[in-house]
Structures are given as C-alpha cells and as structure tokens.
Design a binder for this molecule. Sequence first.
Ligand code: GUN
Ligand code: ZN
Length: 451
Amino acid sequence: MVVAASNIVIHRAAELWHVTSPVAFPASSGTIRRGRLGERFRFEALSNVGLAIDETTGRILGAGDFHQIKARHEGAKVVDHGDGVILPGFVDAHLHFPQLDTMGSHGKHLIQWLETFIFPAEASFSDAAVAGETAGRFTKELAANGVTTSVVFSSVHPIAAEVLFSAFEASGLRGVVGKTSMDVNAPAAVLLDWRADIEAQEILIKKWHGRHGRLYYAVTPRFVLTSSNDQMKALADLHARHPDTFVQTHISECEGELKSVAQAFPEARDYLSIYEDYGLINDRTLLGHGIWLTESERERVAGHGASVVHCPTSNSFLGSGLLDLKKTCDAGIEVALGSDIGAGTSLSPWATMLEAYKIQAQRSQPLEPESLLYLATLAGAEALHMDGDIGSLDPGKLADFQVISFARKPILHERVTRTRSPAERLFATMVHGDDRILKRLYVAGRCLHDA
Ligand code: GUN
Ligand code: ZN
C-alpha cells in the first residue's frame, strides 16, 4: 500500500541494528524471552535502510530497504545520514546525577569511597546553582552518549531533584528520577528527616511523575544502611500511595557492604528480605548490582518481577565482584545495564557494554555482541515496562534512535573494513565507540543532538 503524506520522514542510512521487541513478533518466530539472554531474542540488521517515521505522532511506521520504504511512502521527506548506522537510543538504568564530577576518585572500596568522596560531593547539591549547572551538563552528556532514557539517583536535597527534572524537561530526553532518601549513618549535610523527605517527594511526584509521557519518579532509598526503620516504612507507604512510581536502590554490591548489613540487621534472613519486609520489591523495582545475591534471593527477585541493573564499570572500578550474569538470567531475573557513574567510569554505553563483556569473559561466559546490545536497549525498556514504546525500532514504537558514524573515529573506521557481519561491526564499535561517533540523537522523532 502506498501512503501519501507530508508528515512522514524517512531516515536513510547505511545500516540499522536493533534487538527486536517480542511484542512485534509472533511467538513462533520467537527467540526472545524475558529475563533470558542468548539466542532467545532476535538481532535484526538491515543495510541501505530507510526508517519511516510519522512526525505527528513521533512513532515508527516501518524500516526496510530504503527504496521499498520510499515507494511505500510517496512524498515523504528524506533525511540522508550517508554512511551512518541507526540504532535505538540507549537506556542507562542506573546512575547518579550528583556524581558526574567525582568519577575517578581513587582507590577505595564502596563504603570508604562513599564516605571519603561521595557524601561530601553530594552535600554541595543543596545549592540550587550547583545542581542547576551540573544538571545542564549531565543531560548534555547523556544525549552526547546516545542515551535517550535514564534512571537517575539525585541527591537527598529536594531542590536538586527539582532542577534535574527541569533539565530533563528542557533537554527532551526521557528520565526516571528519584530524590535519594537517607536519614541515618552519613554526614548531616546528606540526610533529611523522613517526614520532610516524604513531603518533598509528594510535591515532586505531583509535579513531575508522568509529565509529557517522558518524565517519571522513582522512590529511592539509597540502601538499607542509610535509612531508618521509620524512613523505610514511610517510603513503602509513599510507593503504595503512588503505585505507578518506580523504586530504585542498591543491593549486594560488595562483601564489605554485606558484612555491615548483617551487623545492622542481625534478625534479617538475608539482604533482600529487608526490602521485602517493607514491601519495596515488586515489578517496578530496579536493584543496582545484585552481585552477591544468594540463590534464594535470586529466585525471589525473579518471583517479584523486579530487575537487577548490572553496572560493570562500577564493579570493576570499586572491585565489587563479578556478577554471574548467566545465573542471574537463568533464575528468570530481568537484567538491565547501568553506568552507575561516579563509581562507573564512563557515561558511554559502548564502554558499559564492553565492560559487561569483559566481566563475563572473566567468568568464561563471553557474551554475544547481540546480547550486549539487548542489555543496553530493550532490556532497560523491559525493566521499566516501557518496551511497548521504546527499546527497539519496531513499527508502532516511538522513534527514539541514534545515528552513529564509524568515520568519526579513524581507528574504528579502519577496523570495520575488516569485519564480515553486522555483529562483528557491532562488537568492534563496543571496543572503539564513545561520544565521538554519535552524529544525531532523536526522541520521538525529534532531533535533540546534532554533533
Ligand atoms: N551503594 C550505596 N550508595 C551507592 C553509590 O552511590 N554508588 C554505588 N556504586 N553503590 C552505592
Ligand atoms: Zn549506584
């Protein structure tokens, strides 16, 4: 069928890569299953491609051979990206806004690193000017790295979350933001009494949660060591009052943390049970790290439908441990990918994917490039229940995509001349890719970044 319309734009490029969404394919073709890696999803690579978008709705009409797509949409505008490769926008499912400028703080394990570098840095986010200036750079960095959706811990200060939401609104990016909650076990400058904390979050939720269909709120206890019993109960009540908010926190990141948790909660069955008992674990919960979860905890995380966010550059940097991705996925847990800056060392999902590869290689379980792309795109969308709209470039989804060019990095450009398949080019891009290779970034068909 030929569709004549002036509101249609066709993006032309040399290639298109994505991991397709299960909703777009009949079960019989189906290689994808939630919470499982490997051959169970479908990597699709197209060459000399056209991606047709309805500019009015911001949704994808279809992708395929450019000439066929052009013939199908007579009169459509064409944006020619030349040698570009089109990919879905990345989903960074765990990172810390007030740690943008503390990446690379040297040489401590988690708890000492938090106390020495992170709490003092986060304390400065009580100042609206500091938070505002940083928020502008933060969203710019996300866009420059091809990240269209991110799930972010702000500081404890209500004003910092407010200015971060404003920066996301102005940027056009999608964002899930949480004001971090802490009321014990840290310097006063990064604590907030639980009553004032809840009051501030009610205001943030009312103003921002669901705004433009792009901005959402996450209830965000930092971790069990920095919230009182009263605060945890109040946060669970807050989430129960607003059940479509998300919950994000940290769990079982390193052995030192496990020891402190066992000391602080001698009655607890295990780490997960502390969150479970408050009612904070459900299918809208994103758990950072989860490296040291026991088999029973993994089973229960899967049973709740909660996700684990793997943050490989952070884990390598702090020496936290090597996540067993296979066991985690085989338990049925959905795993997404996060940069976790500032323990993480790069905002580039290319670097995050490469580090995820290296960590599994250490475990003699090297991941396929397609699995890594899945983790950085569709898996994050699934963890957020946004896979009906984003995460892949299937017809009907919102056009959140990026265009990269190998030519922007000579060593990558040369390397890809020696590849024989899209998957090989994808993997080479994980090794050499960074913000230099991004040409353009689109959210719902709208260009937000033109490098
Ligand atoms: N656990 C509690 N807070 C943090 C944090 O800011 N970063 C990391 N990596 N782990 C945490
Ligand atoms: Zn974190």
